[in-house]
Design a protein around this ligand. Structure first.
Ligand code: AMP
Ligand code: GLY
Length: 422
């Protein structure tokens, strides 16, 4: 079997590392890939959003199965496009990827099917959004751009003035492009956040181990929102009892709601949850593996990933028992200084062996490139240093010990990943 993985981040590296365990797979191609992925897969320079280019690559290479990992190609319909050419894929069709691509769609879905989430209203005119926010007079107010915005389209306003600025930024200045032509204004929720990735074929839905991301750039959850600065798994907050509630009130109802809408979801459906005093609520859905959640979740998977992915495609997921390790995992992201705003690329990374790895940990490459045998920084988030151990505390210690030995000029990482959970 020849497998094509679309994407270029740490998440894709984690998917490929796991797929390598399958003996049926003879070759993995990754497009576009990165420096670290190149140690495991042949990287081809086709952009993740280039549908026609990906189709040509898949046909030329006689690909047997394709894993479409990032949100943008899923929202653009890459799965529909490749399956139209007879190439089976892991990932949702365009009409199901909308669960992430439009917050208005997902909020309306939850309201229609009684899935617990924050109360909200949708606006397409800035004056009306502000009229509602003033009328509610309840702060913080949460204001979200409707469409995809690299995880940055959510603004939390402490008062009326900040709300005015947020509405202007999203709707008038279009800081997140056309994705801000509609906004969702929603109730502010409190409680620990948990990410639960699931596998689903539309018939059954099987949760993976829970995890927790750290989205802010700086320690103590200060600074700007990022794609994610570190993760741990499993989350100690996500007890068996909460998992059962989530299954009954959120996971299965969401799968059935998508079926009822004629938008059967197949692939990895990601639930961003908040464990509020009133019970678990959905913060957001993603139509794909989370990044960097995947870098702690997949290393704990004991069952063969390729078998699960094929079953999601074939509709036979009910037949597969998915087993997880009892260990804990921690991932600390090393980012370029200045991320998520301006940063410089091209610094040499030290502390890696010729395969881009380091003893005792798994080094997932996100923004790296290989040049003359050297690994160079090539993005905002550069590396994810993952360690596994019997306890979360030990996993964090192992990861941070390696973080001290791997780095590059102006490296930035948080020093408090998982600290409150030890
Ligand atoms: P999202 O992109 O929708 O996941 O939102 C990004 C982050 O904003 C979430 O991870 C939360 O930390 C925060 N957030 C989003 N919606 C709410 C809400 N209704 N109440 C409190 N925090 C929120
Ligand atoms: N880590 C959050 C996400 O992948 O959207």
């Amino acid at each position: 079997m020849k497998v094509l993985v679309v994407g270029s981040g740490g998440r894709e590296h984690a998917v490929i590392r796991k797929l390598k365990e399958n003996s049926e797979i003879t070759e993995i191609i990754c497009a576009p890939g990165n420096g670290g992925i190149a140690a495991l897969a042949r990287c081809e320079a086709v952009a993740a959003t280039d549908l026609a280019g990906m189709g040509e690559l898949a046909e030329r290479e006689k690909i047997d199965f394709c894993v479409v990992t990032p949100d943008d190609p899923l929202a653009l319909g890459m799965v529909d496009f490749l399956e139209g050419k007879g190439i089976p894929c892991f990932g949702p069709a365009e009409n199901a990827a909308i669960i992430e691509a439009s917050k208005v769609f997902s909020k309306n879905l939850m309201k229609t099917y009684g899935i617990p989430t924050a109360d909200y209203n949708v606006f397409d005119k800035p004056e009306e959004a502000m009229k509602y926010i003033r009328f509610k007079n309840s702060y913080p107010a949460v204001i979200k751009a409707d469409g995809l915005a690299l995880g940055k389209g959510v603004l939390i306003a402490a008062d009326e003035k900040e709300a005015e600025e947020a509405v202007k930024e999203i709707m008038v200045d279009q800081a997140f492009g056309a994705s801000g032509s509609r906004v969702v204004v929603e109730e502010f929720m409190t409680g620990p956040e948990v990410s639960v990735l699931t596998f689903t074929d539309g018939n059954v839905i099987k949760p993976m181990v829970s995890s927790m991301d750290h989205k802010r750039a700086l320690d103590n959850d200060e600074g700007l929102n990022t794609g994610g600065m570190g993760t741990i798994a499993p989350s100690p907050y996500y007890t068996k009892e909460i998992a059962d509630i989530c299954m009954k009130t959120i996971f299965e109802p969401t799968m059935r709601a998508m079926n009822a809408e004629g938008r059967t979801f197949k692939g990895c459906l990601y639930f961003g949850l908040m464990l509020t005093p009133k019970g678990p609520r959905v913060v957001e859905y993603n139509c794909r593996f989370g990044d960097p959640e995947t870098q702690v979740v997949l290393p704990l998977l004991k069952t063969d990933l390729f078998t699960i992915m094929k079953a999601c495609h074939d509709g036979t997921l009910a037949d597969i028992d998915i087993e997880w390790s009892e260990q804990s995992a921690a991932c600390v992201i090393e980012a370029s200084g200045g991320y998520p705003q301006k940063y410089t690329k091209g610094y040499e990374i030290y502390g890696l062996d010729e395969n881009g790895q380091h003893e005792g940990v798994i080094v997932y490459h996100a923004g790296t490139k290989l040049s003359d045998g050297k690994y160079l920084t090539n993005g905002g988030r550069v590396l994810g240093i993952t360690a596994l151990a019997d306890t979360l505390g030990e996993a964090l210690d192992k990861s941070y010990a390696a973080v001290k030995e791997i780095g590059f000029e102006k490296v930035h990482y948080r020093t408090d990943i998982g600290r409150k959970l030890r």
